[in-house]
Design a protein around this ligand. Structure first.
Ligand SMILES: Nc1ncnc2c1ncn2[C@@H]1O[C@H](COP(=O)(O)OP(=O)(O)OP(=O)(O)O)[C@@H](O)[C@H]1O
Ligand SMILES: [Mg+2]
Length: 152
């Protein structure tokens, strides 16, 4: 899959792009914000350190949230009050049964949020068919770059 330069505009399904450094990663996230409908869901996949939190920080920052954004690994869900509305950051990696997510009233939380970024949410992909899926990856031997691929 050819990688597009960072200035190439929105990433279409099936396209990928190289992001060189955390600032580019954040800017890519920020650029997604404008295109998000109300109560948008965005799925992120990517191994440890792939840049999921950095991209999310850019996105949530673009909604006007100025404090720090951290990985929700232990909390499962972080909720950021942005001037544009609540932003949820969900990490479903350690969730064994999708039922656990629904018991948290995740559906209602998502419906009442400006944006929900969901990491490792493949069990929810079918429930939110309109939500883009981004995969973030390291490149072998290159610590200062990540590849983002829009799977859907
Ligand atoms: N495009 C990039 N190029 C180089 N380094 C990056 C890029 N994006 C993020 N980083 C750096 O990679 C490290 C990991 O980023 P981040 O915490 O966002 O990853 P993560 O996917 O959330 O990891 P985890 O699974 O541990 O929560 C950070 O030091 C960050 O600054
Ligand atoms: Mg993280």
């Amino acid at each position: 899959m050819p990688a597009l330069p960072p200035e190439a505009g929105p990433l279409e399904p099936g396209q990928s792009r190289l992001l060189r450094g955390p600032d580019e990663q954040r800017r890519f996230g920020a650029a997604l914000a404008a295109a998000l409908p109300p109560a948008a869901v965005l799925f992120l996949e990517g191994e440890l350190g792939a840049g999921k939190t950095t991209l999310t920080a850019g996105l949530v920052g673009a909604l006007g949230f100025t404090e720090s954004v951290t990985s929700p690994t232990y909390a499962l869900i972080h909720a950021y009050p942005t001037p544009a509305g609540r932003a949820l950051h969900v990490d479903a990696y350690r969730v064994r049964d999708v039922q656990e997510l629904y018991e948290l009233d995740l559906e209602d939380l998502i419906a009442g949020s400006r944006l929900s970024v969901i990491e490792w949410g493949e069990r929810l992909y079918a429930d939110y068919p309109g939500a883009p899926i981004l995969r973030l990856e390291h490149l072998a031997g290159e610590e200062d770059v990540r590849r983002v691929t829009r799977l859907r």
